[in-house]
Design a protein. Structure first.
Length: 561
């Protein structure tokens, strides 16, 4: 449920906080006051695209925050799977900003998300219906998805099995096409694969070899300096010269003198012992350095071999991957492909058998999908028909047609179309043949009324769904919305007093002038103020005693129902 909407610097809205309630939330106001801007702001928060006029004039940043309380455990699980921590009280705070450069930032419970991620998650929170939604209802390709929402939990399991087999069959068909396609292309592909395989095999690549070769190359490339510096170090440490005794010679003399001193002063005994240890260690190191220097020799042939080997490795990496591991993985993949092509006849038999198996599963699950759709179509068609009768379409017939397709697709083998006969004696026709906007609005409202029991979405929004209805029909539409509000939260923008009078919570949107600027304000109306606003809608000018009485009667119909 949408608990709170905070909007700042959006079009005519300087800043407002709207706390929505359970049931039917009605939004009214003069034309142009900014009613739809609240819905536009909410759509923006949920990942919608906005035009350049969305940001308030002369402002740097627009902000919309939507706070939801969520009962649907599946939605909270989806949040966790996306790396977003749900709050302990199961609230979800969605925040989106838009700067004057056109860049937006989206957050869910403080975690930054992409717009596509936001849009996908937010789609399970709110169902928004406005006048533009007529187009989706008129498009028969959308009808199958609408019907599927009424088919229940068993349908999802069957659909999962169907789609798994459908994807498997697509992959098998692709492999069969490769195997049974153009012979010349297949041979050409095999030649390329075998060349690549032989080239990688001849390279005899080994993991970590490159690092070792790089180290060896560095040593061999600096051999002349290594020999010189190692010999000089050995002389300084161990051999020495007549003019310059070695470090070992100097330290040996120092040890002897400290030994004599310690005989005269016992406090030097520890120094003597430590120096003896140092001398022994220095002597060992000096010998090792001397041996190292004696074993060094320049080897241009070995350096050339190392450089050639490195060039081979670099070439393989350039052609088949950015690392030795990637090249070896590529080798495994082409080996499998060669085997796939080389055993083509046997593979064709295996794939054909696998295809037949998946085909049987597809046929079985497709029949189950059709049966579930046909059952739902009959049930939902009757419910929508009854709902239409409640809204003064007493002679309307509504039929959901489920027909077989010529070809399979990801949804099964059915095509679905909604048909209606608005008046007695008329044939059933596609919804696109309906000319009346009022009839179309009632069909959508009837769909939503039935969807209440089939959907986990907790909030429905109707943006001026009352197009083309008035009088008694408007009262029936208002009643229908109120009934939906008993099971779900409903937000509705309306100009009709019959619908506004059904409000569980009523908001007035109006424009004010402040510091030579026009701003939109949102006010929550108490009972008396709500009745006065309904009276204004009745009279469309000033409130009179007659319109006030009429408004009270309309309101009494809500309270007494």
């Amino acid at each position: 449920m949408l608990e709170n909407l905070h909007i700042k610097n959006v079009a005519l809205i300087e800043e407002c906080q709207v706390s929505f309630g359970k049931g039917l939330n009605i939004l009214t106001g003069e034309t142009g006051a900014g009613k739809s801007m609240l819905i536009d702001s909410l759509q923006f928060a949920l990942g919608g695209r906005m035009g350049k006029d969305f940001l308030r004039k002369d402002q740097k940043m627009a902000l919309v925050e939507a706070l939801f309380s969520v009962k649907d455990r599946n939605f909270l699980n989806k949040l966790e799977e996306s790396g977003i921590e749900p709050e302990e009280d199961a609230t979800v705070l969605i925040t989106r900003t838009l700067n004057d450069a056109g860049k937006s930032v989206c957050r869910i419970n403080g975690s930054t998300v992409t717009v596509s991620m936001l849009r996908e998650l937010a789609g399970d929170l709110i169902d928004i219906y406005g006048q533009h939604e007529h187009q989706s209802l008129l498009n028969p390709s959308k009808h199958i998805r609408l019907l599927d929402r009424f088919c229940g939990g068993a349908f999802e399991k069957v659909m999962g099995s169907y789609q798994k087999s459908y994807e498997k069959k697509k992959e098998i068909d692709k492999q069969l096409e490769e195997l049974m396609g153009d012979e010349a292309q297949r041979e050409q592909r095999l030649d390329i694969l075998n060349f690549q395989k032989d080239e990688i095999e001849n390279a005899v690549l080994v993991a970590n070899e490159e690092e070792e070769l790089v180290e060896t190359k560095k040593r061999l490339s600096n051999m002349e300096r290594l020999i010189r510096f190692a010999n000089e170090s050995a002389d300084l440490l161990y051999d020495g010269t007549d003019d310059m005794p070695s470090a070992c010679d100097n330290l040996s003399v120092a040890v002897s003198k400290i030994r004599e001193c310690s005989a005269m002063d016992s406090t030097l005994g520890d120094f003597y012992n430590d120096l003896e240890d140092v001398y022994a260690r220095l002597e060992d190191i000096s010998r090792e350095v001397k041996r190292y220097a004696q074993n060094l020799e320049d080897d241009p042939a070995e350096l050339e071999r190392v450089e050639d080997r490195l060039q081979t490795i670099y070439k393989m990496k350039r052609k088949y991957g950015g690392s030795v591991e990637a090249v070896l993985h590529f080798y495994e993949e082409i080996t499998k492909e060669i085997e796939f092509f080389s055993n083509s006849q046997e593979k064709v038999l295996q794939l054909t058998a696998a295809r037949e198996k998946e085909q049987l599963i597809l046929e079985k699950t497709a029949r189950e999908l059709t049966a579930l759709r046909e059952e739902a179509a009959e049930r939902v068609g009757k419910q929508i028909e009854a709902s239409l009768k409640d809204m003064e379409m007493k002679n309307a017939r509504f039929y959901i047609q489920v027909m077989p397709r010529d070809e399979w697709n990801a949804m099964g083998k059915d095509k679905v179309e909604f048909l209606i006969s608005p008046n007695k004696g008329e044939d059933l026709k596609p919804l696109a043949k309906i000319a009346s906007g009022g009839e179309m609005s009632r069909v959508m409202l009837a769909l939503k009324a039935v969807l209440v029991d089939a959907d986990e979405i907790e909030t429905f929004i109707f943006d001026e769904i009352d197009t083309g209805v008035s009088g008694k029909t408007a009262a029936k539409v208002g009643k229908k919305m109120s009934l939906i509000g008993e099971k779900r939260q409903v937000l509705c923008i309306t100009h009709l007093p019959q619908i506004a009078a059904m409000a569980d919570k009523h908001f007035l949107i109006e424009k004010e002038t402040k510091n030579d600027q026009t701003i939109t304000m949102v006010k929550s109306l108490e009972e008396d103020a709500s009745i006065a606003e309904v009276a204004r809608l009745i009279g469309s000018a000033e409130v009179t005693k007659a319109t006030l009485t009429a408004a009270q009667e309309l309101r009494a119909g809500k309270i007494g129902s």
